[in-house]
Design a binder for this molecule. Structure first.
Ligand code: UD1
Length: 428
């Protein structure tokens, strides 16, 4: 899929060139959260009137999603980080298959259109290749609400004459399933209760937006969410929360390069598990209202990490953390419990001299001296980890397939240049 887009010139093939060894100093600003923006843009289609969304990051996933909903008849106006969505003329209930395959979050169309029109079709979603990415829990939720679900040759179709609120237990607190069921339930008749729901801040942000639109939702941020369906929702204005994964990546960049960086526009409570680990490692953190200052002048101590659903340590920061651990004194253990294929960065880090041994879902990391190399970004966060490695490595690092990184980090090279990193992007 991506190969074809690259050949057609739809995706520019670029690479990042980094010369390591500079301590990062200054202020870096975090953008709005991609994983909150995507469901919220889709949720705008639930309303009868326009919504104005602020702090929407300029990322390819966002552009693809906006293109999908425009092709379905919605009007989308984008100005910088502001997006105005008018869903009044939505007349197509099927997402463009090629576009839908490009981003995981395209499946939120299913929950929204099921609630709005009782029918939706899309191709099975894409996104990062970090493991088997089933949607059985989403479909289980839709069926419980009374929908018929058909899966045929990679196309998902959902249909319902009427959705009725139900009690739904999720076998795993899936972020996507919690969101999709919440979206569908906003207009279902009666009360829906989602048990073992995910608690990620992006879900809380979506619920806050839905509430301003008129939805009746209680319990978000806990593992039991209650939704009382209502007949209609109105458009609303909403500002997206800061991206905690982007913030965490820059916080680690500061610690790694023995720098002193104010990471602006981050809610400290969203990055608590990372702050706790950085403290254990000996990094100085100063939590302020508008951001977090990260300073590291000394040696780092080894720590162990286990990825878990929120509020545990986020899987989306695991690969970046592994780079930090290569610079710590002692042996660290990383256990990945969320995705089964999330150690793809390890082979690339080994090319740069990292001493990491994988055993199933665990990785043992010993201290190592990293040197520049030619490496490839295999997925979004793996690519971010390679940027961090490049910042500390001796000599020059070339990271191919930069488009993976650009799916989730807005202007990463310009932002890092602003705090002294020697990084540039070359398009081919
Ligand atoms: C979201 C994030 C992603 C992050 C992940 C976990 C978006 C667009 N992406 O992905 O960056 O890594 O949360 O924090 O928000 N699962 C099932 N059946 C399902 C759904 C999920 O078994 O129907 C499993 C998955 O295989 C995985 C685990 O649940 O092992 C977590 O998936 P989930 O929380 O749904 O992640 P996403 O919403 O896809």
């Amino acid at each position: 899929m991506l190969g074809r887009d690259i050949r057609k010139g739809l995706i520019k093939v670029g690479k990042f060139l980094i010369t390591g060894g500079t301590p990062l100093e200054g202020e870096i600003k975090v953008s709005g959260a991609k994983n909150a923006a995507l469901p919220i843009i889709t949720a705008a289609l639930l309303a009868d009137s326009p919504s104005r969304l602020l702090d929407i990051p300029n990322l390819r996933d966002v552009t693809n999603l906006c293109d999908i909903i425009e092709k379905m008849g919605a009007k989308v106006e984008r100005k910088g980080h502001e997006v105005i969505i008018n869903p009044a003329d939505l007349n197509k209930f099927e997402a463009d298959h090629e576009l839908a395959r490009k981003l995981r979050a395209s499946y939120y169309i299913l929950g929204v259109l099921l609630a709005r029109n009782g029918t939706a079709r899309t191709s099975l979603p894409g996104g990062c290749n970090i493991g088997n990415r089933p949607i059985d829990l989403h479909l289980k939720g839709f069926k419980a609400l009374g929908a018929e679900v058909r899966l045929d040759h990679g196309i998902v179709e959902v249909k319902a004459n009427k959705l009725k609120g139900e009690r739904i237990y999720l076998d795993y607190p899936s972020v996507g399933a919690t969101i999709n069921i919440m979206l569908a339930a906003t207009k279902a008749e009666g009360k829906t209760i989602i048990e073992n729901a995910a608690r990620e801040p992006e879900i809380v942000d979506l619920a806050n937006y839905l509430t301003v639109m008129g939805a009746k939702i209680k319990g978000v941020g806990t593992d039991i969410i209650k939704i009382e369906g209502i007949k209609s929702l109105k458009g609303a204005e909403h500002r997206i929360i800061p991206d905690r994964i982007e913030a965490g990546t820059y916080m680690m960049a500061a610690a790694l390069t023995r720098g002193n960086v104010f990471v602006k526009n981050v809610l400290a409570e969203h990055v608590k598990p990372l702050i706790a680990k950085l403290h254990e490692m000996g990094v100085e953190i100063d939590e302020q209202i508008s951001g977090v200052n990260v300073k590291n002048r000394g040696r780092l101590k080894a720590v162990d990490i286990k990825t878990l659903p929120y509020p545990g340590f986020p899987t989306d920061l695991q690969s970046q953390m592994m780079v930090l651990l290569t610079q710590a004194d002692g042996t660290s253990l990383v256990i990945e419990t969320v995705w089964e294929n999330r150690f793809m960065h390890v082979d690339e880090l080994k090319r740069m001299g990292a001493d990491i041994k994988i055993d199933g879902h665990s990785a043992l990391i010993k201290p190592s001296h990293l040197t520049g190399a030619e490496v490839t970004a295999t997925d979004l966060r793996a690519g971010a980890a390679l940027i961090l490695a490049g910042l500390i490595a001796q000599g020059d690092t070339e990271i191919r397939e930069s488009y993976h990184i650009e799916r989730g980090y807005e202007n990463i090279e310009k932002k890092l240049q602003g705090i002294g990193a020697r990084i540039r992007k070359v398009e081919e």
